[in-house]
Design a binder for this molecule. Structure first.
Ligand SMILES: Cc1cc2nc3c(=O)[nH]c(=O)nc-3n(C[C@H](O)[C@H](O)[C@H](O)COP(=O)(O)O)c2cc1C
Length: 192
């Protein structure tokens, strides 16, 4: 498949089978991530791979945090929300947390480190597509939660850029119909 075909075919797949990709497959994704563009060779990404019980443990913390934010955590609606939060991560056999470090050198900007970590995430999504995996980039409140970062061993000022869910597809992928680039593009100084 050409890169262009892979880009066009790639769809986020939210429903996965319980089968876990092999360590080798996950390592391949991580290796692809490390080839992403980054400014001043900062290579500002960090990856934390969650599988098995780790997903349940972090899910429990996420639900605890949500309970703290709810006015009434005992209502039926709140209980449903808490259950959803608790079980979020187990929707996928593997979750790769992608984080961006704070700049270490004075000439590196924080936003550029975040952009580089996003590019690393996209590398994984594209390779995942080529490898026949189901992948989905998610964030949500947990990505911005100090206790979640602490649990993951991240510093409070580091950014969680993605919870990349990775598994095998349980549903077919549908065709994407993006807004045509013509509607998103301004050409300046392009003589016919
Ligand atoms: C930074 C970022 C965060 C996202 N967070 C979520 C999320 O928490 N939940 C979700 O359902 N989709 C989330 N998405 C969207 C999906 O990953 C996906 O891109 C979207 O559903 C479009 O599907 P496609 O990738 O197949 O085009 C996020 C996308 C980005 C770029």
């Amino acid at each position: 498949m050409s890169v262009f075909e892979t880009i066009k075919n790639r769809r986020s797949i939210g429903k996965m089978t319980p089968e876990r990709p092999s360590r080798q497959q996950i390592e391949r994704l991580l290796e692809a991530a490390t080839h992403a563009p980054n400014h001043h060779n900062a290579q500002p990404w960090k990856f934390i791979v969650l599988a098995g019980k780790a997903r349940e443990e972090l899910g429990a913390l996420m639900a605890e945090n949500l309970a703290g934010r709810l006015e009434d955590s005992h209502s039926e609606k709140a209980q449903a929300m808490l259950n959803k939060e608790r079980t979020k991560l187990v929707r996928s056999p593997v979750v790769i947390v992608v984080a961006a470090e704070m700049p270490r050198q004075p000439n590196v900007l924080e936003i550029e480190n975040i952009e580089a970590a996003a590019a690393a995430t996209q590398n994984m999504l594209l390779l995942g597509e080529e490898m026949g995996l189901a992948c989905m980039w998610r964030t949500g409140d947990a990505a911005y939660d100090a206790r979640v970062k602490q649990w993951l061993g991240l510093a409070p000022e580091e950014h969680i850029v993605a919870f990349l869910y990775a598994g095998f597809p349980a549903i077919p992928r549908l065709e994407r119909k993006p807004i045509p680039f013509e509607e998103k593009t301004t050409w300046i100084g392009w003589e016919a």
